[in-house]
Design a protein around this ligand. Sequence first.
Ligand SMILES: Nc1ncnc2c1ncn2[C@@H]1O[C@H](COP(=O)(O)OP(=O)(O)O)[C@@H](O)[C@H]1O
Ligand SMILES: [Mg+2]
Length: 670
Amino acid sequence: MSISQLKFGHQNLNSNSIHPVNLRFQSSHIKFKLATTRLHSSTSASLTQPLVPEDKIRATKHNLSPNINRLFDFLPGRSWWDLGEEDEADMVKTDNPVTVWYVLQRIWRLVADDKLVIYIGLCSLTVAAVSEICIPNLLAASVFAAQNGESLVLYKNLKILTFLCFASGICSGLRSGCFGIANMVLLKRLRKTLYTNILLQDVSFFDREPVGNLTSRLGADCQKLSHIISNNLHLIVRNTLQGTGALINLLTLSWPLALSSCFICILLCMIFLVYGWYQKKAAKLIQDSTAHANEVSQEALSLVRTIRVKGTETKEHERYKRWLDKLAFVSTRESVAYGLWNFSFSTLYPIILGGMSILAGHASAEQLTKYVLYCEWLIYAAWRLADNFSSLLQCVGASEKVFQLIDVLPSHQFSAKGVKLQKLRAQFEFINVSFHYPSRTKTPALDQVNISIQPNEVLAVVGLSGSGKSTLVHLLLGLYEPTQGQILIDGHPLKDLDMRWLRENIGYVGQEPHLFRMDIKSNISYGCSRKLKQEDVERAAKQARAHEFICSLPDAYETLVDDELLSGGQKQRIAIARAIVRDPVILILDEPTSALDAETEYYIQELMMRLKNEEKAILFIAHRLSTARAADRIVVMDQGRVAEMGDHETLLSQNGLYARLHRLQNNNCL
Ligand SMILES: Nc1ncnc2c1ncn2[C@@H]1O[C@H](COP(=O)(O)OP(=O)(O)O)[C@@H](O)[C@H]1O
Ligand SMILES: [Mg+2]
């Protein structure tokens, strides 16, 4: 090993650039690297002194031992086969262990409504398999009948053969069609069940589970799981029938040979148990890595403009590559394991040859031919059976997270029957409300907050960013529940109310409004339970100062838009129109004017004053204090607490945080 190579090894050991995936090779590589490091230091010393023979021997030993160690690492059970730990961090836990039986039961429940298709598929599968397994026997008998000139037997056999071929052909087609339909049904129900359950989760669930990960479960994992019906199960039944048929035929020929074939098959099953366990673990890791890769790519592609501006394409590529490397790491081991498993099948072939030599002299040429044909059938049936099982285990591995997600209980807001008040007066109160986000239990986002708002009142909330303003709104919308204290609406605890009904009465404009990929009219009327006419939509758009720019778009209200196609201010105006079109009792605006020009901002303020006179309660979070000025009351938030409260003049006279912020915004000195 040259000095430059040794240095390279040494640098690698110290380098921060050790790839995370390479850490899997730890035990073997660390040994190797420690050896090279030691050698490197001795080599540095030897630059002044020539190597003595003993040093040379030691150096050679050091040089060889890592390679030998690495060879040993390839032995079954050694470190090369270690797939690493599963990513437990984002796991949603359930009590049920995911076994093949468990997965089959769950699948059956999903396809039970269409069991007729599966029964037809199973019947045709049985007929096809039985017909196929009779063919070698009749074929051999026909050939030897022809050789012996027994034309009657030959014609009879040929007739039966023709019938069997037709029967197996028709039933095979029927079988494939039925299981194909069952696969489609399963995939559709699986995705529908999973998607519905995900949509019904608490909002905190989405703080924990990245979107890319969830879409990967919905896409790739469900697809893989549905293969259990379309490929694995029916092929397992088919190959079991054919294998059993072949074994029965072999037993009639020579029972000791048939039993020895059975013994080898049992041995193979035992090897398969170990291989199957490995396969299942590998499949799970592959699914997880695919989900992570999906999550990274989805995030990067949705933020492509930021990436381009920041020039972080290489970094993003590295982030994606990290998961691809992990995928390759696990897939390589899985493929080698598969190769070894397939190799073990070659052990079956000597039985045929051994059996032939035992039978030779004791059996006729016809029996010998049948023996060879059925031995072949048995071997192939066993091989395919194991292959189907290994694929089944992969699917079971992939199914774990899907079923875990299906089993997470939906938000209790959807199951609890809340109270609907006869009339909502829009009077709400925060009483000693404290709250921390489930993902940040140590940092309170709100601390002992007491606020109230009356009908026909405009309440403005101001404060530095991160002071808890949006969190107030999240609690009021019932997206999270306070950890302490309570929120009352018209004197009723918020948690006792029917959330759907309450939200129908709230008009909400979020801090970063998002549009759906649909036309503008549908975007404005989105989520409104009333049937809206074109005039209603246009009136709301006019009030939100959005009508003019909408009319300038190619198809006006029919123009297809999405999050990327409009400016921030335009999206905000559409979101305001969406909030007011439902004629809400409470209007909540979270920094609604952050992307608006001064003129539009003025009109929005005017709109708020008008709505106030219509007995509506308005809570708006203002990023510009000039907007808050017109409010009846201003709440100043600081680090999750209410620091000050009062109207503009009072707060200025108190000379506290509000006055300081006001001076800053007006470019005055402190
Ligand atoms: N989904 C969330 N998960 C965890 N922490 C959050 C979440 N949303 C906001 N926070 C944290 O809660 C605090 C208050 O945030 P927020 O109410 O959005 O502030 P503001 O709207 O005043 O800028 C901040 O420290 C913020 O980092
Ligand atoms: Mg905010």
